[in-house]
Design a protein around this ligand. Structure first.
Ligand SMILES: Nc1nc2c(ncn2[C@@H]2O[C@H](COP(=O)(O)OP(=O)(O)O)[C@@H](O)[C@H]2O)c(=O)[nH]1
Ligand SMILES: Nc1ncnc2c1ncn2[C@@H]1O[C@H](COP(=O)(O)OP(=O)(O)O)[C@@H](O)[C@H]1O
Length: 220
């Protein structure tokens, strides 16, 4: 085939089973930054927008960054089974609405989650085969504190609380499939995207391969 001959379309029975890509890290290590960049670069990736009882930060948009709810509304979602997982983090509740995730996966799209280790464990119990998890570490403790402070969105007391919980959060690093030390943002985004690209090619995620290969064999 010459360079300007269009490649033939793949048969319609071939499609990809969507995967769930989880990013976790101690607060301030950079998962929101990496998640935003991945979403900009990749049309097949959808963000799971969590529900939370925490107060909205300056600049955050309701329905985009989080669904901000009261404790009563959150309880109702839990009792009605509307959350795929939920956990208490830093004295607030956070949870993943079930329906958008199920819809995206059914449509062959991949879903990106910014959730903590507790949520990751719950998703792993429910959907191990569809889950790919990445733990993001800061390059140093000092840099973590600098990032939390320079983000300038939390009070000093809130930052101190996040630093004191960082050690516990980081103790879960070995439960993840991949680890990225987030030194340079561009390089970390490229690494996360490489993981996504490779995981999409995992054999069981490519539905219809057997028929495809049979067709190839029949044609040679
Ligand atoms: N289990 C769970 N954790 C979540 C969810 N949404 C956010 N989190 C986690 O809650 C923690 C606090 O998030 P946030 O208040 O946005 O603070 P930040 O991580 O400092 O930006 C982070 O570890 C998030 O990954 C969720 O739906 N479920
Ligand atoms: N590799 C990096 N180098 C320098 N600053 C970074 C890097 N990654 C993220 N940041 C900055 O650190 C702060 C915390 O990042 P953020 O993505 O909000 O972390 P998280 O979502 O893990 O709490 C933000 O101000 C962000 O711009």
């Amino acid at each position: 085939m010459t360079a300007d001959t269009p490649s033939p379309a793949l048969p319609p029975y071939m499609h990809r089973r969507g995967l769930m890509l989880v990013l976790s890290s101690p607060s301030g290590a950079g998962k929101t930054t990496i998640a935003r960049r991945l979403l900009e670069q990749d049309d097949e990736l959808t963000m799971s927008v969590s529900a939370t009882t925490r107060a909205k930060r300056p600049g955050e948009v309701a329905g985009v960054d989080y669904h901000f709810t009261s404790l009563t509304e959150f309880d109702l979602m839990v009792n009605q089974g509307k959350l795929l997982e939920y956990a208490k983090v830093f004295d607030n509740y956070y949870g993943t609405p079930r329906e958008p995730v199920e819809q995206a996966l059914a449509g062959g799209r991949d879903v990106l989650f910014d959730i903590d280790w507790q949520g990751t464990q719950q998703l792993k119990e429910k959907a191990r085969d569809d889950l790919v998890s990445i733990f993001i570490l800061p390059p140093s403790a000092r840099e973590l504190e600098r990032r939390l402070t320079s983000r300038a969105q939390d009070s000093q007391a809130e930052i101190a609380k996040r630093m004191s919980k960082a050690s516990n959060e980081m103790s879960h690093w070995a439960e993840y499939d991949y680890v990225i030390i987030n030194n340079d943002v561009d390089s970390s985004v490229a690494k996360a995207h490489a993981i996504l690209t490779a995981e999409r090619l995992v054999r069981r995620r490519q539905v219809g391969l057997s028929e495809f290969v049979k067709g190839l064999q029949a044609g040679v």
